[in-house]
Every structure is written in C-alpha cells, then in structure tokens.
Ligand binder design. Sequence first.
Ligand code: ASP
Length: 344
Amino acid sequence: MISTGGTIAMIKDSETGVLHPASFEEFKSYIPELEYSSIHVDIIPFDPPIDSSDVNPERWAQMAMLIGENYQKYDGFVVLHGTDTMAYSGSALSFMLKNLNKPVVFTGSQLPIGVLRSDAKENLLTAIEIAAAQDEDGDAIVPEVTIFFEDHLYRANRATKKNSERFSAFQSYNYDYLATAGVHIHYFPGRIHYNSKHARLCVRTKTNTNVAILKLFPGISRQVVEAILSIPDLRAVVLETFGTGNAPSDQWLYEDLKDAVDRGIIIVNKTQCIGGSVEMGRYQTSINLLNAGVLSGYDITTEALVTKMMYLLGENTDPKTGDINIPLVKALLSTSLCGEMTIE
Ligand code: ASP
C-alpha cells in the first residue's frame, strides 16, 4: 500500500478542528484490522503525506516507479490518495504502467480515518481485498489501474470525481463498473482489460506539461481563444465543446484552430457533457473542427485526456533533438491504449 495522503490519511485536531496529515503510526493505529487480516500488507508512506491538489506529474512518476520497483514482491497494490485529483493520477498511472498484470487500486475517503462516520476503513479494506483477489490459477482478477469508492470499482481512466460531499464520490459515465462490493464482491470479467500474461511491465514516466484546456461557451471571444492558442511552447489542447462535439460556426474560430494545428499544436475535441461521445461531422457545427484538423476524443474523460496528452508528448520526444513525433502522438491519441475510450 502506497499512502500518498489526502483526507483518508488525515486526523482532526481536537482543539482547532483543522484536518492535518496523520503520522504514519497514528494512521496505522486506526486500522488494527491490518494486523489480523490474512492478507499481508506493507505500507510505503509519502513523507510528508500530501493533499492531492499538490499531486503533479513528478508524483505520478514517483508512484509508478514505486510500483515498478516492488512489482515482483507483491500480488497487488493499493494507493491511498486524496479524492480531488485521484482520477488524474489513476489515469496517468494507467498509461505509465504499460503491460500491467497486477491490480493497482486507488482509494481514499470523504471523511478522515479517525472520524466516527468515516468511509475510510471500508474503502481501504475492500480495496486491499480487491488488490489481492486472484482466480483459481493464481492470476489477478482485476489487473488494471482502478478506483474503488463506496461500493463500486471503476477503471481509473474512466472515472470522474462527481461529488465533493457524498460518500459516493466517483462515477464512470461511459463505462460500466468492474466490480460491486456489498455483502460479496462481484466481479464482471467481461468488462475487465487483460494484457497478455507474458507481457512484461514497462514503467514509462516521461511527461510534457505544455497542454491546455480550452472550454467553449456561448459568446466566447476571439481574444480568449487566441490568448490560449498563442501560449509559448503549447503542444496540445483539450477543446471542450458542446454536445456531440459542436462549436460556434464563426469563421474566426475555424481560422484560429486551423492556424494552431498548422503550427503543430494537437487539438482534441472533448464534449463538455459528462456522458456520451464526440461524433464529429454529425452536425454542421462540428464540420469546421473536422476541417481544421481537430481530432476526436470520442468518449474519453478530461482527466484521461489531459494525462494521456502529457504522457504521449513526453514519451515521444526525441531526447537528442527535443522534437516531438507529432504524427505518432496524434495516431496514439486516436487509439484506445488501455480501455480509456470507446471507438465505434
Ligand atoms: N483535499 C483532499 C485531497 O484530495 C480531499 C480528499 O482527500 O478527499 O487530498
């Protein structure tokens, strides 16, 4: 178990009421169950633990490398993580851990572990059970990067934090959950992504953060669009559009997007809707985007798209020249690498 921080690893100060990171020993004292469980768990804590708002690509690389270094030693991994950016970290790791054959289960909680009504213990103990679950041949049942929260197990690169208040904080709008946990844990093997059993894990942690999100809205001005598209060193843009991937049909928008694409900036169309897919060419209002060279993001989440862009840009840069293999990055952005999107 890699404990990065977040609410799950926080304690409420009895005098001030402020949440602060628990020391490793304090944290362990709240889960005596770990001592008498039949599953052996070692804990690797981040020191100091961090709020997930402070998790960045270096932290994703740190998590991925920890898993890589300990891969042969354990049957599965649980990552304790703040909920705020858990879907980003889970998505990033799904790309960084190529050929994964063991479970990596992210979990956290809405209330700290020491609070009476906390959801921490349930989430944590079920996540451990899922990480250790094997079939009769000794193979992992869910060898993917996942998020377990409340009573569902989601593919991490399909999940989104949907609620800052409820215990049911996550949802996967475009892909069914991989397991449910009630009295029993039910797995749905038909929904689980399996790599070849003989494939060897390959940890790839290079990233390039020169990406931006451009969210369209009625009345958006040319200055706003141009300000974003002229950011120095910008490499890729998530264009958040309406409905099935539509945008205002103003000529200037088409020209600005086309100019950016011609300058080598990769632009991917992602719908602002939380469910459903981009379908470019369905309406007249998306034809301009298609003609400008904007790619379809299909039904990917923003979290998965941002992290996939950073990962692909980083991994496909020539270390000597610094040149990015743009055609390859574009081709891979239009391919589902580990179940992050449905292409029909
Ligand atoms: N701010 C916290 C975090 O994401 C919230 C949580 O853990 O749920 O680290």
